[in-house]
Design a protein around this ligand. Structure first.
Ligand code: ZN
Length: 322
C-alpha cells in the first residue's frame, strides 16, 4: 500500500496548489484493475517466499488466505475460516459476507485461492480470487447497503478435485443451502491468449453438459450483456464440472461465471473475434511454473473485473433481476 504524503504544517498545506493535487491522488490506494494487479503481485510474492507455490497444504496457501482475509476484514466484511482435510492435512476455505442484506437471500461469488504445486498460480486462479476480492472491496467502498446478502468464497483445494467447495456445500445444512439464490464462479479470468466464455446456463450450444439449474440462463445473459457492452462477443462453455460451481449446480443452485480459457487451443475463428494467436493455448502456462504475473492479459482481466463488479451491483439489489 503506498504511503500518503506527509502534510506537516499549515504553511505546507497552504502552499499546496491545485496543480499538486493529482500527485496526491496518485498516491491513494489503487482501484479497479490496477488494484487487482497489486493483489496479484502480492500473491506472487507469497509464492516466492513459500517454495514457489500457493498449493493446498503448503504455507503459501495459508499466507494467501491471510492476505485476502485482512483486506476483507479491513473493509468491514464478516469473515469466517472453514477448516477441512485435503491431502491428509488441514486446509481452509475463506468466507466473507456483507453485514447488511437479507440473510434469507444470499448471492455468492466464488473463486479458488489455491494453486497447483508446480507454480504460483497467478492466472489460475490468482486472477479470479483477486477480481472477486476487488469487486467486494469496491462494493463495500461504495457505501451501498445490499438488499440480498453478498457472500464471497475463496475455496481451498480446488486443484485436488473441488475439495473445498464440495465440503462447503455438503456440510451446509439444507435450511442454509436453500437461502443461496445464486452462485457465480470465476476461475482463470486473465488468460494471456484470452477467450471470453460464460458458463452455458441455457445450453444454447445444445451439446455437452446441458443447461444449469433454473436461473442460470439469466446469469449467463447478464454476464454476456456486460461483456457485450465492452464490445466483446462471448461463447458459452459447458458446466463440465471442472470448477467450483459443480457442487452448487448439483444441489440445484443457479450458477454462472466467466472464464478466459485454459490449455485448449484458440481456433482461427476465435482469434478473428477476440484477437490473440490461433492454434495456441488460451493459457500456455496452465498449471506450470511460468503461471506468474507475466502470464496475465490485463485487458481481459479488466473486462472480467467490470463484468463481475456489474454482477455484484445488480445482484446485491435483486436476483433474479426484473
Ligand atoms: Zn483453476
Amino acid at each position: 500500500m503506498p504511503k500518503r504524503p506527509l502534510l506537516a504544517t499549515a504553511a505546507a498545506l497552504a502552499a499546496v496548489s491545485v496543480l499538486v493535487l493529482p500527485a496526491t491522488a496518485a498516491s491513494a490506494p489503487a482501484t479497479g484493475v490496477a488494484a487487482v494487479q497489486e493483489h496479484l503481485q502480492e500473491l506472487q510474492a507469497i509464492a516466492e517466499a513459500n517454495g514457489g507455490n500457493r498449493a493446498a497444504g503448503q504455507p503459501g496457501y495459508r499466507a494467501s488466505l491471510d492476505y485476502v482475509k485482512a483486506q476483507l476484514d479491513g473493509a468491514g466484511f464478516i469473515t469466517t475460516i472453514q477448516e477441512f482435510d485435503a491431502l491428509g492435512g488441514p486446509t481452509y476455505n475463506l468466507l466473507a459476507e456483507t453485514p447488511g442484506g437479507d440473510a434469507n437471500s444470499v448471492v455468492m461469488f466464488g473463486a479458488h485461492l489455491d494453486s497447483v504445486s508446480e507454480g504460483p498460480g497467478i492466472n489460475d486462479n490468482g486472477t479470479g480470487s483477486a477480481a472477486i476480492l476487488q469487486a467486494a472491496l469496491d462494493y463495500a467502498g461504495s457505501g451501498a447497503t445490499p438488499t440480498n446478502k453478498l457472500r464471497f468464497a475463496f475455496w481451498g483445494a480446488e486443484e485436488e478435485g473441488l475439495v473445498g467447495s464440495t465440503h462447503y456445500v455438503q456440510t451446509l445444512p439444507e435450511a442454509e443451502r436453500s437461502k443461496i439464490v445464486a452462485y457465480l464462479n470465476f476461475d482463470m479470468v486473465g488468460s494471456p491468449n484470452a477467450g471470453y466464455f460464460t458458463y452455458d446456463g441455457d445450453d444454447s450450444d445444445g451439446e455437452g453438459a446441458g443447461p444449469g439449474p433454473e436461473g442460470s440462463a439469466q446469469i449467463e445473459q447478464l454476464l454476456n450483456d456486460s461483456l457485450g457492452a465492452a464490445g466483446v462477443a462471448t461463447e458459452g462453455t459447458d458446466f463440465d464440472g471442472r470448477s467450483d460451481y459443480g457442487p452448487f449446480i448439483e444441489v440445484g443452485i443457479p450458477a454462472g461465471g466467466t472464464f478466459t480459457g485454459a490449455e485448449q487451443s484458440k481456433t482461427p475463428e476465435q482469434a478473428e473475434k477476440w484477437g490473440g494467436q490461433a492454434g495456441e493455448a488460451f493459457d500456455s502456462c496452465y498449471h506450470q511454473a511460468c503461471d506468474t504475473v507475466e502470464n496475465v492479459d490485463t485487458q481481459a482481466l479488466d473486462r472480467n473485473l467490470q463484468a463481475i463488479a456489474s454482477a455484484v451491483e445488480t445482484y446485491a439489489a435483486q436476483f433474479p433481476q426484473p
